[in-house]
Write a protein that binds this ligand. Sequence first.
Ligand code: GTP
Ligand code: K
Ligand code: MG
Length: 367
Amino acid sequence: MSTTVDKIKDVESEMARTQKNKSTSYHLGQLKAKLAKLKRELLTPSGGGGGGGVGFDVARTGVASVGFIGFPSVGKSTLMSRLTGQHSEAAAYEFTTLTTVPGQVVYNGAKIQMLDLPGIIQGAKDGKGRGRQVIAVAKTCHLIFIVLDVNKPLTDKRVIETELEGFGIRINKQPPNITFKKKEKGGLAITSTVPLTHIDHDEIKAVMSEYKINSADIAIRCDATIDDLIDVLEAKSRAYIPVIYALNKIDAISVEELDLLYRIPHACPISSEHGWNVDELLEQMWEMLNLRRVYTKPKGKMPDYSEPVVLRANACTVEDFCGQIHKSILEQFKQAIVYGKSVKHQPQRVGLAHELADEDIITIIKR
Ligand SMILES: Nc1nc2c(ncn2[C@@H]2O[C@H](COP(=O)(O)OP(=O)(O)OP(=O)(O)O)[C@@H](O)[C@H]2O)c(=O)[nH]1
Ligand SMILES: [K+]
Ligand SMILES: [Mg+2]
């Protein structure tokens, strides 16, 4: 019996043999969908092993977690110790770190968990080394630092990205703007609001049929690729995670070389060893995490600016705020009075569903 890895190789080589043209687009669509399904199978084997594994899952603390991913000896642990004060063993030999090492940074009053992880190597997503367990942890983080050694060629960047993408992580990307609604009958009705330059309807039909969806309304609102469509169908095994490229060891390069590095999007050149530019890295981290600080103002008093309640952008309603303070507040909740960017009038009375903005000030009125 051939293994999933064998099957993947077969499909990949068939795709390589097949030229892309009008008459093969249906077949290629089928192959791409098959490939996506096989890859998912590989990541979630029935016997387990696709998940965190012993020593890899750690208790999550703080409002968000940031995972460190990179090849061995790029300086992840040195960065960890530098940022958090939590000692993580660093040394010149590869695979110094063998498990997840958690630490914490308090930034703008928000507790942020940092996860130093073992190095990964090419082929990690296919099970080389402990790569799968490592990437599985990264997949549950709110932000990933891809740590790169500036002395190594930047092809390393591409390799790491491929490893993460192969595991269903989508880097600095929003979910494709495609929706579909299954129907009992009537076939596929495909509508698009922009011209589709990468896919034709045959390819879409082939993919949908591989997923056994023969009748549905499909609305495409972006110039989607077939991979985008597959990402939507595989939504459960995809994670859209922001990434910052921490370009480490800049103490070892010239100013001219450093200048080139600044052109890489989402990059932050640093020296973990010397602590150079790590403030900038934290600032970028804060931007990317998109957290919201909400200050509590007891009735008739000044707001408490010392200890904000910090919310994530996907859970930032007044209800989420109350939940963070104490569940019992919800039972007595009458309304909230809010000052700040989330309201038109200063102040404004709002209900539980109101979404709060960064640095809003809130007073809860009880019944
Ligand atoms: N020159 C220079 N060396 C650094 C810097 N950061 C780390 N190093 C050195 O790089 C080597 C590896 O550092 P680690 O922090 O152990 O790297 P790692 O990525 O955690 O390695 P693994 O846990 O083995 O994957 C050590 O010898 C560090 O002293 C830096 O900013 N500049
Ligand atoms: K090391
Ligand atoms: Mg390490």
